[in-house]
Design a protein around this ligand. Structure first.
Ligand code: TXA
Ligand code: MG
Length: 327
């Protein structure tokens, strides 16, 4: 057993899921808020807890690829190759669903999102539960995702009965989502597994989304947002704006990467790690820490545009858009 894996807690989690309750659990990407994927009442409870619109489909988590055919009627060659290469791990595949899959999981679409996570606690829970666990990221709809058990408690308080604590999520951002219903895989959400890695493993170039491609409505322009207005900008501009705001008596929180911290009153400063994967690992914890300061603005230093930054740039762009839409 890995550290922190407590069989009593797991039994309790399985009992809660079986009676239609919600359990938050760690995965290698972010924490998930789980419900029995075979129980439409439990799924409704899940949507209500998150404040999520009913047409936003969820990912069903499985213990083993042998369960795939219960959920998908057509495992394409691309799906097989990607599953073999990246599962268990931070990859979600969009496949054609079987007829008995509940509309509550798919937003009424003909497809289902499936993922086999690698986190030992998620895996142990899935094995013990036996069925699929529907789990969106464990945050209120549109808000910053959770990468620790504490973040989940901050999001939901007592409305989630049990939060399994598996430490800080290793990857730190949500899984790469790939539509594998056609010959060419289509990237629907960038993540830790890059577009290039998907192409190499599938042995075919990525296609672009078609009008009839599965919708990933969770990939809205506004998402992953803190309550404080967030702006992404180039380092020098960021320093200038921080100084201007400080002169106006405003408090500023900064997520920097290569700029050096200036001496300004009321400035909260986090120096993020330089490599893309380490930056992603800390991203949501850093955004939460800066948001908690209650400053007038969060300024984030613009990141490089190379492919390894695609997923982090995607999340920051949506966080900025989402924070502008807050009341
Ligand atoms: O890393 C992750 O994927 C985490 C952990 C907990 O596994 N989960 C996660 O779930 O990020 P959520 O609900 O926050 O995001 C799921 C995304 C949404 O953008 C949703 O629209 C998309 O998956 N999705 C789900 N089912 C789909 C389907 N049938 N077709 C297209 N997109 C789908
Ligand atoms: Mg989410």
């Amino acid at each position: 057993m890995s550290p922190g894996l407590d069989s009593f807690e797991l039994e309790k989690a399985v009992a809660i899921l079986k009676r239609g309750g919600l359990v938050a659990f760690p995965t290698e990407t972010v924490y998930g808020l789980g419900a029995d994927a075979g129980n439409p009442d439990a799924i409704r409870k899940l949507y209500a807890a998150k404040g999520r619109p009913a047409d936003h489909p969820v990912i069903v988590h499985l213990a083993d690829a042998a369960q795939l055919t219960q959920w998908s009627r057509e495992i394409t060659p691309a799906a097989n190759k990607l599953a073999q290469r990246f599962w268990p791990g931070p990859l979600t595949l969009i496949l054609r669903r079987t007829p008995d899959v509940s509309d509550a999981l798919t937003g009424g679409q003909d497809t289902i999102a499936l993922r086999i996570p690698s986190h030992p606690m998620a895996h142990a829970l899935l094995v013990k539960f036996g069925g699929g666990i529907a789990a969106p990221s464990a945050n209120r709809f549109g808000h910053v995702s959770a990468t620790t058990a504490q973040h989940v408690r901050e999001e939901f308080g007592a409305s989630v009965e049990l939060v399994l604590d598996g430490g800080q999520s290793e990857v730190g951002i949500e899984s790469t989502i790939v539509d594998v219903t056609g010959v060419q895989p289509v990237l629907l959400r960038p993540g830790h597994i890059s577009a290039r890695e998907i192409e190499v493993a599938a042995g075919v170039a990525l296609g672009s989304p078609q009008a009839n491609s599965p919708r990933a409505p969770g990939t809205l322009a506004a998402h992953y947002a803190p309550n404080t207005p967030l702006l992404v900008m180039e380092g020098d501009l960021m320093l200038e704006l921080a100084a201007t705001l400080a002169r106006q008596g405003k408090s500023v929180a900064v997520l920097a990467r290569s700029t050096l911290q200036p001496l300004l009153p009321g400035l909260k400063w986090i120096a993020a790690p330089h490599p893309a994967q380490a930056y992603a690992h800390d991203l949501y914890a850093n955004l939460r820490a800066l948001d908690a300061q209650g400053c007038d603005a969060i300024l984030v230093e613009q990141l490089p545009q190379q492919p390894e930054w695609a997923a982090v740039n995607d999340r920051l762009g949506r966080a900025a858009a989402g924070s502008r839409q807050r009341p």
